[in-house]
Design a protein around this ligand. Structure first.
Ligand code: ADP
Ligand code: MG
Length: 453
């Protein structure tokens, strides 16, 4: 079970965002911070009493429900008001230059304590990314700068990124602890906008440019925000010229991030790009066992194996499934049977079935539509009447099966490398923009494949 208030709050916010509008969430919840979590009671802090008042009036049920979902059972909450907050108080990790009393980095609080290398289970899907993250943590700004980690949701990007931060703090060489700044690109954007509104851009810049390690999570949300990108570009250059390590994550490789300035893309590509793929059955089981041990949840091997076999799409869901079963066991104080697990996880399992479209399904549909042979999908032949459908199939796998890594897609197409897949996707995207016939054909294929999900 979760014991860290930060972690509980972060998870609850994820649930909450499914229940209320992005606008409401941004306005009322982004400045609320978790303070403590003891005996099932979460204390939250707000800048002034308007927040708790409004939240109680309008979002009490949703908040309660989100906390329940995040924790696995009911959570009580209470607010405390932080006095003397100034305009920038929404920036939780505002740097003050005083030496912290704990000897830790002032920003260490932004890192979830559980997200360390020790709790990260290594499997084929994340081996390369983990090795890269560890290398960066051991020699910040010396080998790969930036480190760019990408992959679909729930595969461990944030976990790995925090692990780098923890490790660098742990390895500190001098008395002065390294300044680690962790933000999501959305936080960065919001803080930047607030700073402009309050004429505090100098302070904003100082805070970011003093970092020894800058971690920016989910940079896909920089999409289209041009003035923020401009600001980030300068932050980026200042840090990279000052030999400071930068780590970025995104749901896709740099060149595929929508509406990102080319100069940022090229900066991001200068370092090392590492992809997180979906874990195989063995890794999922290892992760489940580790999580169960960490949370002191005791479930039989057969139950764990069952969960690992059924919940594949992402590790956050895998954890959610485990929490749900564990909550049931805790409430009922008896062993859970497989049919009960099946019942408990019904919605997870249904969701998985919807996600069950395979690369072979995609290849088959493309083969039919273009009237070629299945073997052409894996062959090395290059005439256009074969190469184009093959590239269309790669494009569709990339687009519809977001859990598949470029590498996995390449393998399914006769052992091609990930660069070839990326190139194929790009080419098809360009062709789609100018070829009406192809566009119709591809849309038709997407419809058919979506319907088959
Ligand atoms: P992302 O940022 O890619 O959406 P997260 O880093 O938030 O994913 O991971 C989702 C959850 O899965 C977290 O609780 C994280 O600890 C867990 N997780 C992901 N990968 C692993 C792994 N290899 N070993 C242990 N836990 C993992
Ligand atoms: Mg994340």
């Amino acid at each position: 079970m979760i014991s860290d208030p930060q972690e509980l709050w972060q998870k609850a916010c994820q649930e909450l965002q499914k229940l209320i509008s992005p606008d409401a969430f941004r306005r009322w919840f982004t400045s609320v911070k978790p303070v403590s979590f003891e005996s099932g009671r979460l204390v939250l802090s707000a800048d002034n009493s308007i927040y708790p008042f409004w939240i109680e009036e309008n979002y009490a049920t949703q908040l309660k429900e989100s906390l329940g979902l995040a924790f696995g059972r009911d959570v009580d909450y209470a607010f405390e008001i932080t006095a003397n907050h100034h305009a920038e108080s929404t920036a939780p990790n505002d740097a003050d230059d005083a030496e912290p009393k704990t000897g830790k980095s002032p920003h260490a609080n932004d890192l979830i304590s559980r997200y360390v290398f020790e709790t990260f289970v290594v499997g084929a899907n994340n081996e390369f990314a983990t090795a890269a993250a560890k290398a960066v943590a051991e020699s910040p700004a010396k080998i790969y700068n930036p480190l760019f980690i990408h992959g679909a949701v729930g595969l461990g990007k944030t976990h790995l990124m925090h692990a780098i931060g923890h490790q660098i703090i742990k390895n500190k060489k001098s008395n002065k602890p390294p300044k680690v700044v962790y933000v999501t690109s959305e936080q960065f954007t919001n803080e930047f906008i607030t700073a402009i509104q309050h004429g505090e851009t100098v302070k904003f810049r100082k805070r970011y440019r003093q970092a020894d390690l800058l971690l920016i999570d989910d940079i896909q949300f920089f999409a289209g925000k041009l003035s923020t990108q401009e600001e980030f570009f300068h932050t980026y250059n200042a840090l990279s010229n000052g030999n400071k390590q930068i780590v970025l994550t995104s749901d896709c490789p740099p060149s595929e991030v929508k509406n990102l300035e080319p100069r940022l893309v090229s900066r991001f590509e200068q370092g090392l790009t590492a992809e997180l793929g979906a874990p195989d059955a063995e890794t999922r089981l290892a992760i489940l066992k580790a999580k169960a041990a960490e949370k002191d949840i005791r479930l039989g091997d057969s139950v764990l194996t069952f969960i690992a076999e059924r919940v594949k799409a992402n590790i956050r869901r895998l954890e959610g499934a485990l929490n749900r079963v564990a909550a049931w066991v805790a409430l009922n104080e008896r062993k859970v049977t497989q049919p009960q697990v099946e019942e408990l996880l019904k919605d997870f399992i249904q969701q998985e079935a919807r996600n069950a479209l395979t690369m072979e399904d995609v290849q088959k549909k493309v083969v039919e539509a273009f009237d070629i042979r299945m073997i052409d999908m894996t062959s090395k032949k290059r005439p256009n009447n074969i190469a184009i459908p093959r590239m269309v199939a790669m494009y569709l796998c990339r687009r519809l099966l977001t859990r598949k890594s470029l590498q996995e897609i390449g393998e399914a197409f006769g052992g091609r490398d990930h660069g070839t897949v990326l190139h194929a996707c790009k080419k098809i995207e360009t062709d789609l923009a100018k070829d009406e016939n192809l566009r119709q054909q591809v849309n038709f294929l997407i419809q058919k494949l979506e319907a088959a999900r």
